[in-house]
Write a protein that binds this ligand. Structure first.
Ligand SMILES: Cc1ncc(COP(=O)(O)O)c(C=O)c1O
Length: 387
């Protein structure tokens, strides 16, 4: 919306098209659409990079209406886009602004910056790079930072004077959003200092490349740069094990089986369906990274047993994962593998077993079929009558 206000103020109201590479997170087109802009998708090449020829062609096609490019750096494919400066230049040459998705900022802090690549706007996921709890614990917090020419358009607020001189209307009910949680990021930055923050970035990149090296030969990674390195995350391809007929293992089986080893699965099927994206971050100790790699290597062996037909194609540790305490300790055990294989596949699991609360559930079914969990009012009447 800040970019749109900038174009409008310059008499360029026709600039409403946002180019977004196909590797982008769904929040990018969603945000652009919510800001009243139109989305045009640009292609990626076989190495996962933005396809420069396609970008140039689309920028040319929309030269009179181009508002912005939304680009993630390093990309969601886990690589530092080597042509990132040229990408930004192409957009600027065609009158657009560059919005950098800061979701992967933990691979940049202290080493480089959005300004260094030529971005005009970036958001900082404070709930990722800057330590505010993510996910169920949220809420998230994503302030934008802008280059000087966009500062006048930063959002205002009707009650408290914030934002630029030509501020767009408030985008958040309170002038500084969920201000109280900003203290977490503030504390994190102050306590680590410049050196600590830069080390966190180095560890995030080192940890990812360590996992990549340990899993080499067990799983194929999808993308790496010309040195064979990744940024702070990488994608492993599980599609070779997925078959329509015959023995088959998919990303869901691996994700669920990881629970038996005591791990919450990494991201599955984003940004590429049928794959697993691993982002260790700076937070895990080497012991934990090693246990995680040991688990994935052991799971690779379990996959091979299915592929080779050495175990039953349907009744195996992967297809039945995760295994609950109730199932493993029950009097009835009908599987073709042992309880020990199910629940304690590696020695370290025994030392610190985390029991999954429920067995295998059908994720897409739950997503597609809304189930009302509100009991009828009569039930409360009955309860009241009983007490
Ligand atoms: C590149 C990218 N953009 C945006 C998002 C969405 O972030 P959030 O969880 O803060 O909505 C993600 C999520 O991981 C992401 O990877």
């Amino acid at each position: 919306m800040t970019i749109r206000a900038y174009h409008r103020d310059r008499g360029d109201a026709r600039r409403t098209v946002v180019l977004i590479p196909s590797s982008a997170h769904g929040t990018n087109p969603a945000s652009a659409t919510m800001a009243g802009l139109k989305v045009a998708v640009t292609a990626c090449d076989a190495h996962g990079y933005v396809d420069l020829a396609d970008l140039r062609a689309k920028a040319g096609q929309y030269r009179d209406t181009l508002a912005a490019l939304m680009v993630t750096y390093p990309s969601t494919h886990g690589v530092f886009e080597e042509d990132i400066r040229e990408i930004c230049d192409i957009v600027h040459e065609h009158g657009g602004q560059v919005y950098m998705d800061g979701a992967n900022m933990n691979a940049q802090v202290g080493l480089t910056s959005p300004a260094a690549i030529g971005a005009d706007v970036c958001h900082l996921n404070l709930h990722k790079t800057f330590a505010i709890p993510h996910g169920g614990g949220g809420p998230g917090m994503g302030p934008i930072a802008v280059a000087a020419h966009l500062a006048p358009y930063l959002p205002g607020h009707p009650a408290v004077r914030v934002g630029g001189e030509k501020a767009i209307p408030a985008i958040s009910a309170a002038p500084w959003g969920s201000a109280s949680i900003l203290l977490i990021s503030y504390g994190y930055v102050r306590m680590l200092g410049a050196g600590g923050l830069t080390d966190a970035t180095r560890y995030a990149i080192l940890n990812a490349n360590y996992i990549k090296a340990r899993l080499a030969g067990h799983y194929d990674e999808l993308y790496a740069n010309h040195n064979g390195r990744v940024a702070h995350e990488m994608i492993f391809d599980l599609r070779p094990f997925k078959h329509g007929t015959g023995p088959s293992v998919d990303e869901q089986d691996v994700a669920k089986r990881l629970m038996d080893y005591g791990f919450h699965a990494p991201t599955v099927s984003f940004p590429v369906a049928g794959t697993m994206m691993i982002e260790p971050t700076e937070s895990e100790a080497k012991d934990e990274l090693d246990r995680f790699c040991d688990a994935l290597i052991a799971i690779r062996g379990e996959i091979q047993a299915v592929m080779d037909g050495r175990v039953d194609a349907r009744d195996n540790v992967l297809k039945n994962a995760p295994h609950t305490a109730e199932e493993v300790s029950g009097n009835v055990w009908t599987h073709s593998y042992t309880r020990e294989q199910a629940a304690y596949p590696l020695p370290f699991v025994r030392a610190n077993k985390v029991w999954p609360a429920v067995g295998r559930i059908d994720n897409p079914y739950g997503d597609r079929n809304l189930i009302c969990a509100c009991p009828p009012i009569e039930m409360y009447e009955e309860l009241e009558a009983k007490t």
